[in-house]
Design a protein around this ligand. Structure first.
Ligand SMILES: [Zn+2]
Ligand SMILES: [Zn+2]
Length: 213
């Protein structure tokens, strides 16, 4: 799989816009192009996509981790330029009938044969578990249900290889033992401690970062 960070609090590539929030483009085997979260602000999201050579009309699946504005802010702008993507929303988000293809996620759900949603954990947030040759890669928005809880659910689908996304206030660092890739993004409060404890596994996040796993 390949993941490109489109929107983040930090920059990994000059010229992109940074902003509070998170968005990532995921290319996984036998899966339509997935946009995971949409950042805080649509114009910056679309501008970063343009600079990264991403055509928003090509996105086939949009997954919103949770209802906070730093993950949903760009959604309406994306939907203006993409009328066909299937949208996976946590079931706690109520939507009017918009005529869009919307899946309300509560239990774990297969998005494709290689991408699974953890389901809406603790009534707030879903994360993705992506099957790769190296193991499961977890993509998470803010990790409000807890990084450990998310890793526990993801590990039902195989050995977890790595985790990418916002860790929020997560500080139970031993839960990261055994991972080969740790890429804390966006709202992660203890990034420097995580980097100090896992220097080999740590990857600095930022808009423009691309990882191929
Ligand atoms: Zn957030
Ligand atoms: Zn949040």
């Amino acid at each position: 799989m390949k993941i490109t960070i489109v929107y983040d609090n930090c920059l990994a590539r000059a010229g992109l816009k940074k902003g509070w929030g998170f968005s990532a483009l995921i290319e996984a085997a036998n899966t339509p192009l997935i946009l995971f979260d949409t950042g805080n602000e649509g114009a910056a999201l679309l501008d970063n996509m343009k600079q990264l050579g991403i055509d928003p009309a090509q996105i086939g699946r949009i997954v919103i981790s949770h209802a906070h504005g730093d993950h949903t802010g760009g959604l309406s702008d994306i939907l203006e330029v993409n009328s066909h993507a299937r949208i996976y929303l946590p079931a706690s988000i109520s939507v009017r009938n918009t005529g869009r293809d919307v899946v309300a996620v509560s239990r774990p759900v297969n998005i494709s044969e290689t991408v699974v949603s953890t389901g809406e954990l603790k009534g707030i947030e879903q994360s993705l578990a992506i099957k790769t040759d190296k193991g499961i890669v977890v993509v998470t928005g803010c990790s409000h249900p807890g990084v450990g809880e998310i890793l526990d659910v993801a590990s039902r689908y195989g050995t977890v290889y790595g985790i990418i996304g916002g860790f929020h206030g997560f500080s139970n660092f031993k839960r990261l033992n055994g991972l080969s890739l740790i890429c804390p993004c966006h709202c992660t409060q203890h990034t420097s401690e995580i980097e100090a404890m896992f220097p080999e596994q740590y990857v600095a996040c930022g808009a423009g970062l691309t990882l191929e796993i």
